[in-house]
Ligand binder design. Structure first.
Ligand code: HEM
Length: 611
C-alpha cells in the first residue's frame, strides 16, 4: 500500500509545463509535499506548499490557454484555502472581555494575567502581534533552500532555538502560532474547550454529504462529535474491553511470525526481512480489521485476496487524492477526475465495510434464530447496542480503520530498529518476556501488565519518534492566554511535540534511546513533565485507538523478541526519520531475524497460500 507520494500532483504539474530539469525537480518536490498522506492531516499545514506552488506556476507565462486555465483554477483554489483560513482568523479576533469564569483553567490564566496588569499599572499582556517568527519568505528559504522540506520535525527544533518556545510562522495569509515548550503545550491543551478542534476536512465531509454517509470521530465536530466519542470510547479505551481483543490480535501475531519465516526464506537468504515497515503495515491493517470487523482480511497470506487488495489500494488512493482535491475550490470538484476517483475510493471503502456489517447482521440474526448466544466484539457490540444507526456505524468504523494502520506499524519498526542496534536493551527485554512467559507461553494482556520494560521501550520509541510530530488545535470557545500572550478565538496553534521530546531539561541525553527513563521509581521519571511527551495527544480529543494500538504493539514486540534475536542489516546505514504528516522512516528498515536457541512452540507452519 506504499504508493509514490508525488505521483498525482507531480503529474499534474508536469502536464502543465515543459519546465527545465531543475525546476521540474523543484516542482516535483513541492508536489510531493502536497500529497502527504495521513488521517491526522491538517489543511492548514498544506498552505505553505500550496501558496508557493501557485507562485511558481504563475511565473510560467509560456503555457497554453488550457494550461493557464488550470493554473488559474489552482490559484483560485489556493486563494480559497488562504482566504478561508484568513477569514476564520479575522472573525476570531476579539478584545479581552470582562466576565471571566473562574471555574475554568483558561479563565484563571486570563484573570491572573489581567490582575498583574492592574497591579503594575501597565498593560503587560502581549498579543500575537508581539510574537517573533519567520516571515513567509524566510520559511520558504528554510523549507526549500536549507532543505528542511521533508524534515519539518527538525525545523521545529531549529526555529525554537532562534525564536524561543513561542513564535508565529506566516504562510501567506495564514498565521500559525508554534508552541515548543511542555508548559505552554499544557496551557493550550488545558484551554481547548469542551469540543476541541484539530481542523476541518471539507472534502471528507463533502463525500459524506454527497452519499448520505455519516461522519466518524475524525471528521465530526461539536456536540455530534462528542456523542460519537461517547459511544465509541468504552469498547476502544476501557481496559477490560480492550484486553478481550488480545486473542484476536495474537492470532494475527502468529501469522506475522509465519510471514517473517517465509520472507526470510524466500527473499532474505534465510535471515533478512527487507523493508520491515511495509510488512508491518500489512500486519497493522490485518490487526485493526480483525478487531473492528471481527473478520480476517488475508493480509498475512502470500497472495492477498483481490477484494482485500482493492480495499488496501482504496485506502491509499483516497489519502492521495485527498491532497489533490483540496487544491481546488469546492464548486469545481464535481468536474475533476481526481474528485471522481476520490469518491470511487470512498465508495469502495464503504462498500467493503457495508458488506462486512451486513455479514455480521446476518450472523447475529442466524444465532438469535437458533437460540444461540450472540457473541462478538466491537462491531457486534455497536450493532446490538443500537446507539448508532447502521450508517453511523459505517462512518465510524471506516475512519477508525484509516487512523489505525501506519501509526502502529511505524512505531514497531522504530522499536525493532533500536533493539537490533542495542543488544543489551534487547537482551533485557528478552529476559523480561521469558521470565513472565517461560517456555511455550504466549503473552496475553495480563502478562503484558507485568512487563514494564516492554512498555518503557514503546514509550521511549514514541518519544524519539512521535508518529504525530506536530499536532494542532484551533481554539474556538475563548480567547486564551499562553505564556504572557493573549490569543484571540480561532487562533491556530501548532504543538511542536517533536521539539519538546528532545528538550534536554526534560529528557537528559535526549538523543539516546533509554527505556529506563520511563520506569517507575527511575530518577528521570520523577523529573519528567507530564506534557514532555504526549504521543497519543491529550484530553477528550486524544487518540481513540490508543489502548488497542498499545496492545497490538506489546503483543507483537514481546512475541517477536521471544522468538527471534533481531540484528541490523550488516550492509545497512542509519535510518533517519522524515515527516510526511506522520513521522516515518526515510529509507527501508532491513533487519536480520535469527531463531533463538530456546525451543519455542510458536507456529512454524507454512503461510496460507505459500508453496
Ligand atoms: C502508535 C499508534 C498511534 C499513535 C501514536 C496515535 C496518535 C494519535 C494522535 C496524536 C491523535 C490526535 C490526538 C489529539 O489531537 O489530541 C490521534 C487521533 C486519533 N486516533 Fe490515533 N494513534 C495511534 C493509533 C491509532 C489506532 C490504532 C487507531 C484506531 C483504532 C487510532 C484512531 C484515532 C482516531 C479515531 C483519532 C481521532 C480522535 C478524535 O478526533 O476524536 N489511532 N491519534
Amino acid at each position: 500500500m506504499i504508493i509514490s507520494k508525488s505521483t498525482v500532483v507531480g503529474r499534474l504539474v508536469h502536464r502543465l509545463f515543459a519546465v527545465s530539469q531543475t525546476k521540474r525537480h523543484y516542482l516535483t518536490a513541492l508536489a510531493r509535499s502536497l500529497s502527504l498522506t495521513h488521517t491526522h492531516r491538517h489543511i492548514q499545514a498544506q498552505a505553505p506548499g500550496l501558496i508557493h506552488l501557485f507562485s511558481l506556476l504563475s511565473r510560467h507565462k509560456e503555457g497554453t490557454d488550457k494550461t493557464h486555465c488550470m493554473v488559474k483554477m489552482l490559484g483560485r483554489s489556493l486563494m480559497s484555502v488562504g482566504l478561508r483560513v484568513k477569514c476564520q482568523q479575522l472573525k476570531g479576533i476579539q478584545r479581552v472581555t470582562a466576565g471571566l469564569n473562574p471555574a475554568n483553567y483558561g479563565d484563571t490564566l486570563r484573570r491572573e494575567a489581567a490582575s498583574t496588569s492592574t497591579v503594575m499599572g501597565v498593560n503587560k499582556m502581549k498579543t500575537m502581534d508581539d510574537l517573533g517568527g519567520p516571515s513567509f519568505m524566510t520559511t520558504l528559504y528554510w523549507l526549500f533552500i536549507k532543505g528542511y522540506f521533508q524534515t519539518t520535525q527538525q525545523m521545529q527544533i531549529e526555529h525554537s532555538k532562534i525564536y524561543g518556545p513561542l513564535w508565529k510562522s506566516k504562510y501567506g495569509p495564514l498565521v500559525v502560532v508554534n508552541v515548543a515548550s511542555a508548559d505552554m503545550i499544557e496551557q493550550v491543551l488545558r484551554q481547548e474547550g469542551k469540543h476541541p478542534i484539530r481542523t476541518d476536512m471539507p472534502h471528507w465531509r463533502n463525500y459524506r454529504e454527497l452519499r448520505n454517509q455519516a461522519h466518524g470521530p475524525l471528521t465530526e465536530m461539536g456536540a455530534k462529535w462528542q456523542r460519537i466519542r461517547s459511544i465509541l470510547n468504552p469498547r476502544m479505551l476501557k481496559p477490560k474491553h480492550v484486553s478481550s481483543y488480545a486473542n484476536t490480535i495474537n492470532e494475527v501475531v502468529s501469522d506475522f511470525i509465519c510471514k517473517v519465516n517465509w520472507l526470510r526464506e524466500t527473499s532474505g537468504q534465510g535471515v533478512m526481512v527487507n523493508d520491515l515497515t511495509a510488512e508491518l503495515y500489512k500486519f497493522a491493517f490485518e490487526g485493526i480489521c480483525s478487531v473492528l470487523f471481527e473478520t480476517r482480511m488475508g493480509c498475512m497470506s502470500e497472495v492477498i485476496p483481490e477484494k482485500t487488495q482493492k480495499f488496501i489500494f482504496s485506502v491509499g488512493e483516497m489519502f492521495h487524492l485527498s491532497q489533490v482535491v483540496i487544491l481546488f475550490p469546492q464548486f469545481l470538484w464535481p468536474y475533476l477526475q481526481s474528485w471522481k476517483r476520490f469518491v470511487a475510493a470512498w465508495d469502495h471503502l464503504f462498500k467493503v465495510a457495508e458488506e462486512l456489517v451486513n455479514k455480521k447482521i446476518e450472523e447475529i440474526q442466524e444465532n438469535v434464530h437458533l437460540d444461540k448466544d450472540v457473541e462478538g466484539a466491537y462491531l457486534t457490540h455497536l450493532l446490538l447496542s443500537e446507539q448508532m444507526n447502521i450508517t453511523e456505524i459505517l462512518g465510524s468504523i471506516t475512519e477508525l480503520l484509516l487512523a489505525g494502520v501506519d501509526t502502529t506499524s511505524n512505531t514497531i519498526s522504530w522499536s525493532l530498529y533500536h533493539l537490533a542496534r542495542e543488544p543489551e536493551i534487547q537482551e533485557q527485554l528478552y529476559q523480561e518476556v521469558i521470565s513472565v512467559c517461560p517456555g511455550d507461553k504466549v503473552p496475553n494482556s495480563n502478562d503484558i501488565a507485568q512487563m514494564p520494560y516492554l512498555k518503557a521501550i514503546i514509550r521511549e520509541t514514541l518519544r524519539l519518534y512521535p508518529v504525530v510530530p506536530g499536532n494542532a488545535r484551533v481554539t474556538v470557545e475563548n480567547e486564551i492566554v499562553v505564556g504572557n500572550h493573549l490569543f484571540p478565538k480561532k487562533t491556530l496553534f501548532h504543538l511542536c511535540h517533536y521539539a519538546v521530546s528532545y528538550d534536554e531539561n526534560i529528557f537528559p541525553n535526549s538523543h539516546t534511546f533509554l527505556p529506563e527513563r520511563w520506569l517507575r521509581g527511575g530518577e528521570d521519571k520523577s523529573k519528567q513533565h507530564p506534557f514532555g511527551s504526549v504521543p497519543f495527544g491529550f484530553g477528550i480529543r486524544a487518540c481513540l485507538g490508543r489502548r488497542v494500538a498499545e496492545l497490538e504493539m506489546y503483543l507483537l514486540l514481546s512475541r517477536l523478541i521471544k522468538h527471534y534475536e533481531v540484528k541490523p542489516d550488516p550492509a545497512g546505514k542509519p535510518v533517519k526519520p522524515i515527516t510526511r504528516t506522520l513521522l516515518c522512516p526515510a529509507t527501508p528498515i532491513n533487519l536480520q531475524f535469527l531463531d533463538r536457541q530456546v525451543k519455542q512452540a510458536e507456529p512454524r507452519a507454512k503461510l496460507a497460500g505459500s508453496p
